[in-house]
Design a protein around this ligand. Structure first.
Ligand SMILES: [Zn+2]
Length: 455
Protein backbone atom coordinates (compact mmCIF):
# COMPACT_ATOMS: atom_id res chain seq x y z
CA UNK A 1 0.00 0.00 0.00
CA UNK A 2 1.15 3.51 -0.58
CA UNK A 3 -0.49 6.60 0.77
CA UNK A 4 0.14 10.24 -0.01
CA UNK A 5 -0.75 11.60 3.38
CA UNK A 6 2.71 12.42 4.70
CA UNK A 7 5.69 14.48 3.63
CA UNK A 8 7.47 11.33 2.56
CA UNK A 9 4.98 9.31 0.66
CA UNK A 10 3.75 6.36 2.54
CA UNK A 11 3.83 3.04 1.43
CA UNK A 12 4.11 -3.59 1.62
CA UNK A 13 10.93 -13.45 2.84
CA UNK A 14 11.93 -15.09 3.41
CA UNK A 15 11.32 -17.17 6.45
CA UNK A 16 10.39 -15.40 9.58
CA UNK A 17 6.98 -14.03 9.67
CA UNK A 18 5.85 -15.15 6.27
CA UNK A 19 3.01 -17.22 4.98
CA UNK A 20 4.09 -19.03 1.86
CA UNK A 21 2.17 -19.00 -1.36
CA UNK A 22 0.42 -22.18 -0.41
CA UNK A 23 -2.07 -22.23 2.39
CA UNK A 24 -0.18 -22.62 5.61
CA UNK A 25 -1.24 -22.94 9.19
CA UNK A 26 0.84 -23.14 12.27
CA UNK A 27 -0.55 -24.74 15.42
CA UNK A 28 0.74 -21.95 17.61
CA UNK A 29 -1.41 -20.10 20.10
CA UNK A 30 -3.14 -16.94 19.01
CA UNK A 31 -0.94 -14.06 20.14
CA UNK A 32 -3.15 -11.09 19.66
CA UNK A 33 -6.70 -12.34 19.42
CA UNK A 34 -9.53 -12.81 21.81
CA UNK A 35 -8.68 -14.48 25.11
CA UNK A 36 -9.32 -18.18 25.17
CA UNK A 37 -9.17 -18.63 21.41
CA UNK A 38 -6.50 -21.11 20.44
CA UNK A 39 -5.02 -22.72 17.39
CA UNK A 40 -5.29 -19.74 15.10
CA UNK A 41 -2.60 -17.27 14.30
CA UNK A 42 -5.00 -14.72 12.85
CA UNK A 43 -5.49 -11.39 14.57
CA UNK A 44 -9.02 -12.07 15.81
CA UNK A 45 -8.57 -15.79 16.28
CA UNK A 46 -11.46 -16.78 14.03
CA UNK A 47 -11.55 -19.99 12.05
CA UNK A 48 -9.33 -21.76 14.55
CA UNK A 49 -10.66 -25.22 13.65
CA UNK A 50 -10.67 -24.88 9.87
CA UNK A 51 -8.24 -24.43 6.99
CA UNK A 52 -9.89 -22.30 4.33
CA UNK A 53 -9.65 -23.82 0.85
CA UNK A 54 -11.82 -21.58 -1.33
CA UNK A 55 -14.28 -18.68 -1.22
CA UNK A 56 -17.09 -18.21 -3.73
CA UNK A 57 -18.38 -14.68 -3.41
CA UNK A 58 -21.69 -13.79 -5.09
CA UNK A 59 -22.46 -10.12 -4.61
CA UNK A 60 -25.10 -7.71 -5.89
CA UNK A 61 -24.02 -4.07 -5.82
CA UNK A 62 -25.51 -0.90 -7.29
CA UNK A 63 -23.12 2.06 -6.99
CA UNK A 64 -25.99 4.50 -7.59
CA UNK A 65 -27.79 3.22 -4.47
CA UNK A 66 -27.37 5.93 -1.86
CA UNK A 67 -27.62 3.41 0.97
CA UNK A 68 -24.24 1.88 -0.04
CA UNK A 69 -25.72 -1.57 0.42
CA UNK A 70 -23.90 -4.80 -0.29
CA UNK A 71 -25.79 -8.07 -0.43
CA UNK A 72 -24.92 -11.55 -1.47
CA UNK A 73 -23.76 -14.98 -0.46
CA UNK A 74 -20.23 -16.01 0.48
CA UNK A 75 -19.61 -19.75 0.41
CA UNK A 76 -16.50 -20.93 2.22
CA UNK A 77 -15.00 -24.31 1.50
CA UNK A 78 -12.73 -25.54 4.26
CA UNK A 79 -11.03 -28.55 5.76
CA UNK A 80 -11.50 -29.15 9.44
CA UNK A 81 -8.29 -29.16 11.46
CA UNK A 82 -9.82 -30.69 14.59
CA UNK A 83 -12.18 -33.53 15.41
CA UNK A 84 -15.83 -32.94 16.35
CA UNK A 85 -16.28 -29.45 14.94
CA UNK A 86 -19.64 -28.11 16.16
CA UNK A 87 -19.18 -24.41 15.46
CA UNK A 88 -17.14 -22.20 13.14
CA UNK A 89 -16.19 -18.57 13.60
CA UNK A 90 -15.52 -15.93 10.96
CA UNK A 91 -14.84 -12.19 10.98
CA UNK A 92 -17.83 -9.96 10.14
CA UNK A 93 -18.82 -6.42 11.17
CA UNK A 94 -21.67 -6.85 13.64
CA UNK A 95 -23.03 -3.33 13.38
CA UNK A 96 -23.51 -3.68 9.61
CA UNK A 97 -24.72 -7.22 9.16
CA UNK A 98 -26.34 -8.54 12.34
CA UNK A 99 -29.86 -8.36 10.89
CA UNK A 100 -32.64 -10.56 9.49
CA UNK A 101 -30.89 -10.90 6.13
CA UNK A 102 -28.06 -12.85 7.75
CA UNK A 103 -28.77 -16.50 6.95
CA UNK A 104 -25.93 -19.00 7.25
CA UNK A 105 -26.62 -22.43 5.81
CA UNK A 106 -24.83 -25.73 6.21
CA UNK A 107 -25.87 -28.34 3.64
CA UNK A 108 -29.02 -26.32 3.05
CA UNK A 109 -29.94 -26.17 6.73
CA UNK A 110 -30.03 -22.79 8.43
CA UNK A 111 -27.46 -22.44 11.24
CA UNK A 112 -28.08 -20.50 14.39
CA UNK A 113 -25.56 -17.71 14.71
CA UNK A 114 -24.41 -15.10 17.17
CA UNK A 115 -21.99 -12.27 17.79
CA UNK A 116 -20.33 -11.46 21.14
CA UNK A 117 -22.13 -8.82 23.20
CA UNK A 118 -18.87 -7.28 24.42
CA UNK A 119 -15.17 -7.25 23.58
CA UNK A 120 -14.40 -7.94 19.94
CA UNK A 121 -18.02 -8.10 18.80
CA UNK A 122 -17.15 -8.60 15.13
CA UNK A 123 -16.88 -12.38 15.33
CA UNK A 124 -19.66 -14.40 13.77
CA UNK A 125 -20.20 -17.80 15.39
CA UNK A 126 -22.01 -20.35 13.25
CA UNK A 127 -23.45 -23.34 15.10
CA UNK A 128 -23.56 -26.32 12.78
CA UNK A 129 -26.71 -28.45 12.75
CA UNK A 130 -24.50 -31.52 12.60
CA UNK A 131 -21.07 -32.09 14.10
CA UNK A 132 -18.21 -32.67 11.65
CA UNK A 133 -16.60 -35.64 13.34
CA UNK A 134 -13.42 -36.29 11.44
CA UNK A 135 -10.49 -33.89 11.27
CA UNK A 136 -9.46 -33.18 7.69
CA UNK A 137 -13.04 -33.27 6.36
CA UNK A 138 -13.61 -31.08 3.29
CA UNK A 139 -16.87 -29.21 3.78
CA UNK A 140 -18.55 -25.87 3.11
CA UNK A 141 -20.85 -23.28 4.62
CA UNK A 142 -22.69 -20.44 2.89
CA UNK A 143 -23.59 -17.09 4.40
CA UNK A 144 -26.27 -14.93 2.81
CA UNK A 145 -26.19 -11.37 4.11
CA UNK A 146 -27.04 -7.75 3.37
CA UNK A 147 -26.21 -4.44 4.98
CA UNK A 148 -24.39 -1.14 4.85
CA UNK A 149 -20.65 -1.18 5.59
CA UNK A 150 -19.36 1.54 7.92
CA UNK A 151 -18.15 4.97 6.83
CA UNK A 152 -14.47 5.85 6.63
CA UNK A 153 -13.04 6.14 10.13
CA UNK A 154 -9.60 7.70 10.09
CA UNK A 155 -7.32 5.27 8.26
CA UNK A 156 -10.02 2.58 8.13
CA UNK A 157 -11.64 2.58 4.69
CA UNK A 158 -13.37 -0.73 4.00
CA UNK A 159 -16.16 -0.32 1.45
CA UNK A 160 -16.97 3.16 0.19
CA UNK A 161 -19.04 4.95 -2.41
CA UNK A 162 -18.41 8.12 -4.34
CA UNK A 163 -19.17 10.08 -7.51
CA UNK A 164 -16.59 11.48 -9.89
CA UNK A 165 -17.07 14.28 -10.59
CA UNK A 166 -19.86 15.33 -8.25
CA UNK A 167 -23.18 15.63 -10.07
CA UNK A 168 -22.11 13.50 -13.03
CA UNK A 169 -24.01 10.37 -12.06
CA UNK A 170 -20.76 8.46 -12.42
CA UNK A 171 -20.96 6.65 -9.11
CA UNK A 172 -18.34 4.22 -7.93
CA UNK A 173 -17.77 1.71 -5.18
CA UNK A 174 -14.31 0.72 -4.02
CA UNK A 175 -12.92 -1.44 -1.25
CA UNK A 176 -9.73 -1.08 0.76
CA UNK A 177 -9.51 -3.82 3.37
CA UNK A 178 -5.99 -3.30 4.67
CA UNK A 179 -5.71 -3.61 7.64
CA UNK A 180 -8.82 -5.02 9.34
CA UNK A 181 -11.62 -3.80 7.09
CA UNK A 182 -12.25 -6.97 5.06
CA UNK A 183 -14.84 -7.91 7.67
CA UNK A 184 -16.54 -4.55 7.03
CA UNK A 185 -17.98 -5.91 3.80
CA UNK A 186 -17.72 -9.69 3.73
CA UNK A 187 -17.54 -12.67 6.10
CA UNK A 188 -14.08 -14.24 6.01
CA UNK A 189 -11.26 -15.69 8.03
CA UNK A 190 -8.89 -12.72 8.11
CA UNK A 191 -5.68 -14.62 8.75
CA UNK A 192 -2.66 -14.29 6.47
CA UNK A 193 -1.51 -17.72 7.60
CA UNK A 194 -4.62 -19.33 6.17
CA UNK A 195 -4.91 -18.09 2.62
CA UNK A 196 -7.69 -19.45 0.48
CA UNK A 197 -6.13 -21.50 -2.30
CA UNK A 198 -8.44 -19.89 -4.84
CA UNK A 199 -11.48 -17.63 -5.05
CA UNK A 200 -14.38 -17.01 -7.40
CA UNK A 201 -15.76 -13.46 -7.39
CA UNK A 202 -19.16 -12.99 -9.06
CA UNK A 203 -20.61 -9.50 -8.94
CA UNK A 204 -23.98 -8.44 -10.35
CA UNK A 205 -24.26 -4.73 -11.15
CA UNK A 206 -26.49 -2.46 -13.27
CA UNK A 207 -25.57 -2.65 -16.96
CA UNK A 208 -23.83 0.71 -17.09
CA UNK A 209 -21.16 -0.46 -14.66
CA UNK A 210 -18.09 -2.65 -14.95
CA UNK A 211 -16.39 -4.65 -12.20
CA UNK A 212 -12.66 -4.59 -11.42
CA UNK A 213 -11.31 -7.30 -9.17
CA UNK A 214 -8.71 -10.03 -8.80
CA UNK A 215 -8.04 -12.69 -11.38
CA UNK A 216 -9.36 -13.56 -14.80
CA UNK A 217 -12.69 -12.37 -16.16
CA UNK A 218 -14.41 -15.49 -17.51
CA UNK A 219 -17.95 -14.26 -18.14
CA UNK A 220 -20.03 -11.05 -18.06
CA UNK A 221 -23.53 -12.11 -19.07
CA UNK A 222 -26.27 -9.49 -19.33
CA UNK A 223 -29.62 -10.37 -17.80
CA UNK A 224 -32.14 -7.59 -18.29
CA UNK A 225 -30.95 -4.42 -16.60
CA UNK A 226 -28.12 -6.21 -14.82
CA UNK A 227 -24.85 -7.80 -15.73
CA UNK A 228 -22.95 -10.45 -13.79
CA UNK A 229 -19.17 -10.40 -13.92
CA UNK A 230 -17.49 -13.68 -13.08
CA UNK A 231 -13.84 -13.63 -12.09
CA UNK A 232 -11.67 -16.58 -11.16
CA UNK A 233 -8.47 -16.29 -9.20
CA UNK A 234 -6.55 -19.54 -8.99
CA UNK A 235 -3.70 -18.61 -6.68
CA UNK A 236 -3.52 -18.52 -2.87
CA UNK A 237 -4.68 -15.14 -1.60
CA UNK A 238 -4.99 -13.34 1.74
CA UNK A 239 -8.38 -11.78 2.45
CA UNK A 240 -7.02 -8.22 2.69
CA UNK A 241 -5.75 -8.51 -0.89
CA UNK A 242 -9.21 -9.15 -2.33
CA UNK A 243 -10.55 -5.88 -3.67
CA UNK A 244 -13.46 -4.55 -5.69
CA UNK A 245 -13.83 -1.52 -7.91
CA UNK A 246 -17.18 -0.86 -9.56
CA UNK A 247 -17.56 2.12 -11.89
CA UNK A 248 -18.37 3.08 -15.46
CA UNK A 249 -14.82 2.14 -16.30
CA UNK A 250 -13.00 2.88 -19.51
CA UNK A 251 -10.91 -0.21 -20.13
CA UNK A 252 -7.46 -0.04 -21.64
CA UNK A 253 -6.03 -3.32 -22.85
CA UNK A 254 -2.32 -2.81 -23.42
CA UNK A 255 -1.21 -6.09 -24.91
CA UNK A 256 0.79 -8.76 -23.14
CA UNK A 257 4.22 -9.28 -21.64
CA UNK A 258 5.84 -12.67 -22.07
CA UNK A 259 7.02 -14.00 -18.73
CA UNK A 260 8.75 -17.37 -18.84
CA UNK A 261 6.67 -18.45 -21.82
CA UNK A 262 3.34 -17.11 -20.60
CA UNK A 263 1.77 -14.04 -22.18
CA UNK A 264 0.50 -11.95 -19.27
CA UNK A 265 -2.37 -9.63 -20.26
CA UNK A 266 -1.84 -6.02 -19.13
CA UNK A 267 -4.83 -3.75 -18.58
CA UNK A 268 -5.89 -0.56 -16.84
CA UNK A 269 -9.39 0.62 -15.88
CA UNK A 270 -10.00 4.35 -15.49
CA UNK A 271 -12.97 6.50 -14.49
CA UNK A 272 -14.90 8.21 -17.31
CA UNK A 273 -13.62 11.63 -16.25
CA UNK A 274 -9.97 10.72 -16.65
CA UNK A 275 -9.45 12.14 -20.13
CA UNK A 276 -7.10 14.15 -22.31
CA UNK A 277 -3.56 14.83 -21.15
CA UNK A 278 -4.19 13.24 -17.76
CA UNK A 279 -5.24 9.97 -19.32
CA UNK A 280 -2.39 10.08 -21.83
CA UNK A 281 0.10 10.67 -19.03
CA UNK A 282 -1.36 7.90 -16.85
CA UNK A 283 -1.31 5.36 -19.67
CA UNK A 284 2.26 6.14 -20.60
CA UNK A 285 3.39 6.02 -16.95
CA UNK A 286 1.59 2.73 -16.30
CA UNK A 287 3.00 1.24 -19.49
CA UNK A 288 6.46 1.49 -17.90
CA UNK A 289 5.25 -1.29 -15.61
CA UNK A 290 5.38 -3.64 -18.59
CA UNK A 291 9.17 -3.33 -18.60
CA UNK A 292 9.20 -3.55 -14.80
CA UNK A 293 7.16 -6.74 -15.00
CA UNK A 294 9.97 -8.34 -17.00
CA UNK A 295 12.77 -6.80 -14.92
CA UNK A 296 11.22 -7.79 -11.58
CA UNK A 297 10.53 -11.27 -12.94
CA UNK A 298 14.22 -11.50 -13.73
CA UNK A 299 15.24 -10.40 -10.23
CA UNK A 300 12.52 -11.86 -7.99
CA UNK A 301 11.35 -14.89 -9.99
CA UNK A 302 8.60 -15.04 -12.61
CA UNK A 303 5.58 -12.83 -12.03
CA UNK A 304 3.54 -14.91 -9.57
CA UNK A 305 0.13 -14.56 -11.26
CA UNK A 306 1.19 -14.92 -14.89
CA UNK A 307 -1.76 -16.97 -16.08
CA UNK A 308 -4.25 -14.24 -15.13
CA UNK A 309 -3.24 -10.59 -15.55
CA UNK A 310 -1.28 -7.57 -14.39
CA UNK A 311 -2.75 -4.10 -14.17
CA UNK A 312 -4.23 -1.18 -12.28
CA UNK A 313 -7.77 0.08 -11.76
CA UNK A 314 -8.85 3.48 -10.54
CA UNK A 315 -10.47 3.75 -7.11
CA UNK A 316 -11.69 6.47 -4.80
CA UNK A 317 -8.90 6.39 -2.22
CA UNK A 318 -5.90 8.70 -2.44
CA UNK A 319 -3.15 6.11 -2.85
CA UNK A 320 -2.35 2.68 -4.22
CA UNK A 321 -3.14 -0.77 -2.85
CA UNK A 322 -1.62 -3.98 -4.15
CA UNK A 323 -4.77 -6.01 -4.74
CA UNK A 324 -3.53 -9.30 -6.14
CA UNK A 325 -3.19 -9.11 -9.97
CA UNK A 326 -4.95 -5.72 -10.15
CA UNK A 327 -3.82 -2.86 -7.92
CA UNK A 328 -6.28 -0.15 -6.92
CA UNK A 329 -4.96 3.35 -7.70
CA UNK A 330 -5.98 6.98 -7.42
CA UNK A 331 -5.64 9.18 -10.50
CA UNK A 332 -2.47 10.63 -9.00
CA UNK A 333 -1.06 7.17 -8.25
CA UNK A 334 -1.63 6.18 -11.87
CA UNK A 335 0.69 9.04 -12.83
CA UNK A 336 3.36 8.30 -10.22
CA UNK A 337 6.31 6.21 -11.43
CA UNK A 338 7.14 5.20 -7.84
CA UNK A 339 3.64 4.07 -6.82
CA UNK A 340 3.29 2.13 -10.09
CA UNK A 341 6.57 0.30 -9.38
CA UNK A 342 5.76 -0.06 -5.67
CA UNK A 343 2.43 -1.84 -6.17
CA UNK A 344 3.95 -4.09 -8.81
CA UNK A 345 6.79 -4.99 -6.41
CA UNK A 346 4.14 -5.98 -3.87
CA UNK A 347 2.86 -8.71 -6.16
CA UNK A 348 5.93 -10.69 -5.07
CA UNK A 349 6.43 -9.18 -1.59
CA UNK A 350 3.15 -8.94 0.29
CA UNK A 351 1.00 -10.87 -2.18
CA UNK A 352 2.85 -14.02 -3.27
CA UNK A 353 4.79 -14.08 0.00
CA UNK A 354 2.85 -12.59 2.89
CA UNK A 355 3.90 -11.68 6.43
CA UNK A 356 2.20 -13.96 8.95
CA UNK A 357 1.16 -11.22 11.36
CA UNK A 358 0.83 -7.46 10.92
CA UNK A 359 3.85 -6.94 13.17
CA UNK A 360 5.96 -7.94 10.17
CA UNK A 361 4.41 -5.55 7.67
CA UNK A 362 7.90 -4.28 6.74
CA UNK A 363 8.53 -7.54 4.92
CA UNK A 364 6.01 -6.35 2.36
CA UNK A 365 6.50 -2.58 2.50
CA UNK A 366 10.29 -2.55 2.84
CA UNK A 367 10.72 -4.77 -0.20
CA UNK A 368 8.08 -2.90 -2.22
CA UNK A 369 9.77 0.39 -1.34
CA UNK A 370 13.10 -1.02 -2.46
CA UNK A 371 11.44 -2.23 -5.66
CA UNK A 372 11.00 1.48 -6.47
CA UNK A 373 14.77 1.92 -6.26
CA UNK A 374 15.31 -1.09 -8.50
CA UNK A 375 12.84 0.28 -11.02
CA UNK A 376 14.65 3.62 -11.04
CA UNK A 377 17.94 1.80 -11.44
CA UNK A 378 17.02 -0.72 -14.11
CA UNK A 379 14.19 0.88 -16.08
CA UNK A 380 15.29 4.23 -17.58
CA UNK A 381 11.73 4.96 -18.73
CA UNK A 382 10.80 5.73 -15.11
CA UNK A 383 12.76 8.93 -15.59
CA UNK A 384 13.87 8.62 -11.98
CA UNK A 385 17.32 8.86 -10.48
CA UNK A 386 17.93 5.81 -8.24
CA UNK A 387 20.64 7.56 -6.22
CA UNK A 388 18.36 10.48 -5.45
CA UNK A 389 15.48 8.15 -4.60
CA UNK A 390 17.54 5.94 -2.32
CA UNK A 391 19.05 9.04 -0.74
CA UNK A 392 15.61 10.34 0.13
CA UNK A 393 14.62 6.99 1.65
CA UNK A 394 17.87 6.88 3.61
CA UNK A 395 17.42 10.38 5.01
CA UNK A 396 13.98 9.52 6.34
CA UNK A 397 15.19 6.19 7.69
CA UNK A 398 18.04 7.84 9.57
CA UNK A 399 15.69 10.41 11.06
CA UNK A 400 13.37 7.64 12.24
CA UNK A 401 15.35 6.34 15.16
CA UNK A 402 12.75 5.72 17.84
CA UNK A 403 10.07 3.69 16.05
CA UNK A 404 10.88 0.00 15.57
CA UNK A 405 10.56 -1.65 12.17
CA UNK A 406 8.88 -4.60 13.87
CA UNK A 407 5.50 -3.16 14.79
CA UNK A 408 4.39 -3.56 18.39
CA UNK A 409 1.14 -5.17 19.51
CA UNK A 410 -0.15 -1.68 20.32
CA UNK A 411 0.73 -0.46 16.84
CA UNK A 412 -1.18 -3.22 15.08
CA UNK A 413 -4.29 -2.86 17.25
CA UNK A 414 -6.24 -1.04 14.51
CA UNK A 415 -5.78 0.69 11.17
CA UNK A 416 -5.57 3.97 13.03
CA UNK A 417 -2.78 2.85 15.36
CA UNK A 418 -0.94 1.20 12.50
CA UNK A 419 -0.98 3.79 9.73
CA UNK A 420 0.82 6.60 11.52
CA UNK A 421 3.57 8.73 10.04
CA UNK A 422 6.14 7.29 12.45
CA UNK A 423 5.20 3.69 11.71
CA UNK A 424 5.17 4.42 8.00
CA UNK A 425 8.66 5.85 8.09
CA UNK A 426 9.90 2.84 10.05
CA UNK A 427 8.14 0.17 8.00
CA UNK A 428 8.69 1.64 4.55
CA UNK A 429 11.87 3.68 4.71
CA UNK A 430 13.81 1.77 7.34
CA UNK A 431 12.41 -1.45 5.89
CA UNK A 432 13.78 -0.50 2.47
CA UNK A 433 17.16 0.32 4.01
CA UNK A 434 17.29 -3.17 5.53
CA UNK A 435 16.91 -4.55 2.02
CA UNK A 436 19.59 -2.13 0.82
CA UNK A 437 21.84 -3.33 3.66
CA UNK A 438 21.25 -6.97 2.70
CA UNK A 439 22.25 -6.13 -0.84
CA UNK A 440 25.48 -4.54 0.34
CA UNK A 441 26.28 -7.40 2.70
CA UNK A 442 25.49 -10.16 0.22
CA UNK A 443 27.23 -8.56 -2.70
CA UNK A 444 25.80 -7.95 -6.09
CA UNK A 445 25.93 -11.49 -7.56
CA UNK A 446 24.22 -13.18 -4.62
CA UNK A 447 21.63 -10.45 -4.26
CA UNK A 448 20.67 -10.05 -7.83
CA UNK A 449 21.37 -13.31 -9.58
CA UNK A 450 23.43 -13.89 -12.70
CA UNK A 451 22.73 -10.62 -14.44
CA UNK A 452 24.02 -8.44 -11.65
CA UNK A 453 22.85 -4.98 -10.80
CA UNK A 454 24.69 -1.77 -11.51
CA UNK A 455 26.10 -0.12 -8.40
ZN1 LIG B 1 3.07 -0.79 -0.08
Amino acid sequence: MKRKLYPFILFSLLSLGCAAQHSLRKPTANRFGAPGVENSTGYSGTGANIDVVYYRCDWTIDPSDATKNISGTVTTYFKTTAANVAAITLDLRKSAFNNAALVPKYHGVTCSNSFPVAGNVNILTLNLPAIIVTAGTLDSISITYSGTPPAVSGQAEGYQRGESPAGSGNWYIYTLSETYEDKDWWPCKADMQDKADSVDINVTVPNAYWVATNGKLVDSAINGAYRTFRYQHRYPIATYLIGLGIAKYNRHHRGTVNIAGTNVPVMYYTYPNMTGATLTNALSKMDVSKTELAVFSDKFGPYPFASEKHGYYQHGWGGGIEHQTFSGMSSGSMQSWSIIAHELGHQWFGDKVTFSTWNHLWLAEGFAKYAEVLAAELVPATGANPVTHLGSIKATARATNTTPVLLSAASIASSNTMWTAANDNAVYQRGAMIVSMLRTMMGIPDFSGPQGLPQ
